[in-house]
Design a protein around this ligand. Structure first.
Ligand SMILES: [Zn+2]
Length: 457
């Protein structure tokens, strides 16, 4: 059984110029041939897909995902998503042309990662943060998804069982970031006062007490009193009690979470695997420290979401440039800054970092509100159309560059080349979000924009 795709703009993922009216032949789950021309009407003995008006590229490799496996969710090890929810997240990745995901929740077991991999056409890979301090940060911030076995597992065991990276080291939930604003802080304030504050109100209250760098000496009382009034809290709780509630909710997990980042990068240097670290205002100091730490020397470090909006744009640029000097790689996350704009409402950081050469090597999605992040393939088109990269280089940022940077994530994938595994995407050339067909290992798992029978297994 073989399939011919012809007539579209073919982008191999390796950074070579796109081929107009290129063609691709798949057989036995592999790419059999990549052709720079196929005469329409020429006889072919097998399935034929006319991709006129489309772009043909390798299945995308997304190195920054959450909520794609059973097991503890996020670095705070929150209660696992339901099976329908994590399968639904994988469906959305696949429908958007992503054929390989790396789960950065970090505390799932490899058994749980393999379960997700087996149940869905998307290739699901695992990473590990089974480090003493990262586990205690999770236990303090949440930990409802922990089984009690995590302390006994360890990074070495996870790597020997197939984890491909150490990460995500740190996260907004354990570091007083967005996860606190969205979930834990509104819950704690609600329990104490009966008032439900929004994510924006929670962030404003938190920053009035602890600043953007989670610093107990910050406390801006005037701003805090104003924020409390506007959040309808001033009459229901004493302001000093409210400040104390915010401190005691946000800060206890921060110190162990920062120590967990150190432990993870040291382990990466020792064990020769990539470390993926959470870049945000709360981690800027420890990342700067690790760039010159002798125990971190030689570690391959990927700074995740270098465009995180807890940094000012200037801070984000400076930290990424310092990382570049020290040989760190940068990943930019689309979050929902392109289309949805529910959690990230500015694209200033994204454009600033992508405009400068060498600050961003790869792109991912991270996790939008309830998993509703923008599509990685939309980010590829955005980067090309804004002129930050050529189309071929934008595609490489979500395919071959990811496979090169994190060697275990997508071996024999990420490039359209003879002999490699046939993970292929066909999308509307005018709007990449309209993904038409997706093949994983040569099997058509999205057909005409709909999940095919083989998508869930
Ligand atoms: Zn993160």
């Amino acid at each position: 059984m073989s399939t011919l795709i012809h007539g579209g703009t073919l982008v191999t993922g390796e950074g070579t110029a796109p081929v107009e009216c290129g063609a691709l032949i798949m057989a036995g789950g592999r790419i059999e041939a990549v052709l720079d021309h196929w005469a329409p009407g020429q006889h072919y003995d097998g399935d034929i897909i006319d991709a006129s008006g489309c772009v043909i590229m390798p299945g995308l490799v997304n190195s920054h995902c959450h909520g794609v496996t059973p097991g503890p969710l996020f670095p705070s090890a929150a209660r696992a998503l339901s099976e329908e929810a994590w399968l639904g997240n994988l469906d959305r990745h696949l429908l958007a042309g992503t054929t390989t995901v790396l789960s950065l929740c970090g505390l799932a077991t490899m058994e749980q990662v393999r379960e997700a991999d087996k149940r869905h056409a998307v290739n699901v890979r695992g990473a590990t943060t089974h480090l003493p301090s990262a586990i205690s940060a999770a236990q303090i911030a949440d930990g409802a998804g922990l089984s009690g076995r995590e302390e006994g597992i360890g990074v070495e065991q996870m790597l020997s069982e197939g984890a491909v990276a150490i990460g995500e080291l740190g996260g907004g939930q354990t570091l007083g970031g967005g996860g606190q604003d969205l979930v834990y802080l509104p819950a704690a304030i609600g329990r104490r006062t009966g008032v439900r504050v929004s994510q924006d109100e929670a962030r404003r209250l938190k920053e009035a007490v602890l600043g953007r760098f989670v610093d107990a000496t910050h406390y801006d009382f005037e701003e805090f009193a104003q924020a409390a009034r506007e959040a309808r809290l001033a009459d229901v709780i004493d302001l000093h009690d409210l400040a104390e509630l915010i401190r005691s909710t946000v800060t206890p997990s921060v110190t162990p979470a920062i120590e967990g980042i150190r432990q993870g990068v040291h382990a990466a240097a020792r064990l020769g695997v990539p470390a993926i670290v959470h870049s945000a205002s709360a981690t800027a100091a420890v990342l700067r420290e690790l760039m010159v730490d002798p125990r971190a020397r030689g570690a391959k470090v990927v700074a995740a979401h270098v465009n995180h909006t807890s940094h000012t744009p200037t801070e984000a640029r400076e930290l990424a440039a310092l990382g570049r000097e020290h040989g760190w790689a940068g990943e930019a996350s689309a979050f929902d800054l392109l289309d949805r704009r529910h959690t990230v409402k500015t694209r200033e950081h994204w454009d600033l970092l992508l405009a400068e050469a060498g600050l961003v090597q790869i792109i991912g999605t991270d996790y939008g509100h309830h998993g509703q992040h923008d599509r990685l393939i939309a980010a590829v088109q955005d980067i090309a159309e804004r002129g930050h990269r050529s189309l071929q280089d934008a595609v490489a940022m979500a395919t071959s560059s990811v496979a090169d940077l994190i060697p275990g994530i997508a071996p024999e994938r990420g490039t359209l080349r003879r002999g490699l595994v046939a993970d292929v995407v066909v999308a509307d050339a005018r709007d990449f979000r309209r993904v038409r067909d997706v093949f994983v290992g040569g099997e058509r798992v999205v057909a005409e924009g709909q999940l095919a029978a083989g998508a869930r297994r």
